[in-house]
Design a protein around this ligand. Structure first.
Ligand SMILES: C[S@@+](CC[C@H](N)C(=O)[O-])C[C@H]1O[C@@H](n2cnc3c(N)ncnc32)[C@H](O)[C@@H]1O
Ligand code: SF4
Length: 429
């Protein structure tokens, strides 16, 4: 029975998202209004991890330089103003950028807005104390690192290197001593991962004591990465076992996968479900006014946004908001927060689903129950796996032929291995 209710709720939501379609078209002239957030996409990585479905390209020094000119131009032409509620740099791997390069983007933002809440996702193997001190100096207040696991055989089998436990402890404690909020991403469901090994990782983490621990179940977005060999139920029960360890060490639950020992939160995807936000950079998502938009990948993005191409009108994948899908996003966000806001006037169909969840014991006194938590796990995972990501999904683009012709005219020119090698040496990795 609980599974039937969960499956039905998810299938209602999925049907709603499946209706969303995009057109590749000129970006509409709409101003963003406060409150809003800003997302800076840095879609470059030195290494590609087998499990990662996010859009990214192999790092190339020359392309990153062009990217910087373009994103600064895009920011300068935008309608941002006032004080955004949050700014997150994600990717990809934002810390492939040097501090000077990051500072150029920060300066472009500072010339238009004021802000205090600015976070960055970083690959720990590239982090040093100097880099962390510089992040603080140029205005970052939050640092998130993707650790996933400390088990070296698992990291090896997914094509990833990492800092060892002691180095990470030193770096994160240093970041915290500077006043930075720290988050560590962990991932359950990877190749060769064992549950006892993962729980040992969580105990290690408690000793490091970051401000937040986020434990993702493995997500296979639209078949871009192979499915996990670990069943959903096993991933979710491992997250629950991890929570028992985290709770004993002073962490409280803030969502199905988020645990903090702090009042603040690092959660770059939560607000995107319902709040207005503007994304800069290749493949960045935006959602404001009546629209949701996705920038094209690097090659075409540079064509539109390079300062020398002043006369070209930039285009993006654009979808007009459908009122019903806004309601479903709002419900997904509340379920992700483990609490339903009873003051909010939902549409009839969403209200009906909430009532069913109340009658069947998933929601009590507007809070998700233990059973409700299982719904939160499944539904949050399903939302991420099923939101239509148009860059990877031609079927959701109405004028795909026009778009793909342009893509082939402006392809991404990937770095060859020798220039990549010299870039790596240049960064003294
Ligand atoms: C996109 S990465 C960005 C930061 C940096 N590149 C890194 O890997 O540490 C952010 C996080 O996404 C999560 N992630 C990547 N692939 C995932 C997947 N298939 N399922 C769930 N989470 C995933 C990982 O936990 C990772 O730390
Ligand atoms: S997990 Fe991070 S480092 Fe690995 S490919 Fe994805 S974005 Fe790049």
């Amino acid at each position: 029975m609980p599974n039937r209710i969960i499956d039905t709720t998810i299938s209602f939501m999925r049907k709603n998202f499946e209706k969303i379609r995009y057109n590749f078209d000129e970006i509409p002239q709409v101003s963003i209004k406060e409150p809003y957030g800003i997302y800076i996409n840095v879609p470059f990585c030195y290494q590609l991890c087998d499990f990662c479905p996010f859009y990214k390209e192999i790092y190339s020094k020359s392309i990153v330089e062009k990217y910087l000119d373009a994103i600064i131009n895009e920011i300068s032409k935008s309608t941002i103003h006032g004080t955004p509620s949050w700014i997150y740099y994600g990717g990809g791997t934002p810390n492939v950028l040097t501090i000077e390069q990051l500072e150029q983007i920060v300066d472009a933002l500072k010339s238009k807005i004021t802000f205090e809440n600015m976070g960055i996702e970083a690959l720990p193997s590239l982090l040093t104390k100097e880099y962390i001190a510089d992040l603080k100096r140029i205005g970052f207040s939050k640092l998130s690192v993707g650790v996933e696991t400390f088990q070296s055989n698992v990291l090896e089998s997914v094509g990833r290197t990492n800092k060892n436990y002691e180095d990470l402890r030193e770096l994160l404690q240093y970041a915290q001593s500077l006043g930075l909020f720290t988050n560590v991403d962990m991932l359950i469901g990877l190749e060769n991962q064992t549950i006892p090994g993962f729980l040992k990782d969580i105990k290690f983490l408690c000793e490091i004591n970051p401000s937040q621990v986020t434990i993702y179940p493995y997500m296979a977005i639209r078949g871009l990465v192979s499915n996990s060999k670990m069943q959903n139920a096993e991933q979710f029960s491992t997250i629950e076992k991890s929570f028992s360890i985290l709770r004993e060490n002073g962490y409280v639950r803030r969502g199905p996968w988020t645990f903090t020992n702090h009042n603040d939160l690092y959660d770059s995807s939560r607000d995107e479900l319902v709040e207005d936000y503007i994304g800069f950079g290749p493949a960045a998502f935006s959602g404001y006014g009546d629209y949701r938009m996705v920038n094209p990948p690097v090659g075409l993005y540079l064509h539109y946004w390079s300062p020398e191409n002043e006369n070209i009108n930039p285009e993006a994948l654009i979808s007009k908001n459908d009122p019903e899908s806004i309601e479903w996003r709002r419900l997904a966000r509340m379920i992700g927060d483990l609490e339903i806001n009873s003051q909010y006037e939902f549409s009839k169909s969403v209200k009906f689903v909430i009532n069913v969840l109340r009658i069947t014991g998933f929601i009590r006194n507007n809070k998700l129950t233990k059973k409700g938590l299982l719904l939160a796990h499944h539904l949050t995972k399903s939302v991420v796996e099923n939101l239509p990501f148009p860059l990877q999904n031609p079927a959701v683009i109405n004028n795909y032929e026009t778009y793909s012709k342009l893509l082939s005219l402006y392809p991404m020119i990937s770095a060859n291995s020798s220039s990549l090698q010299s870039d790596l040496i240049a960064r003294e990795l």
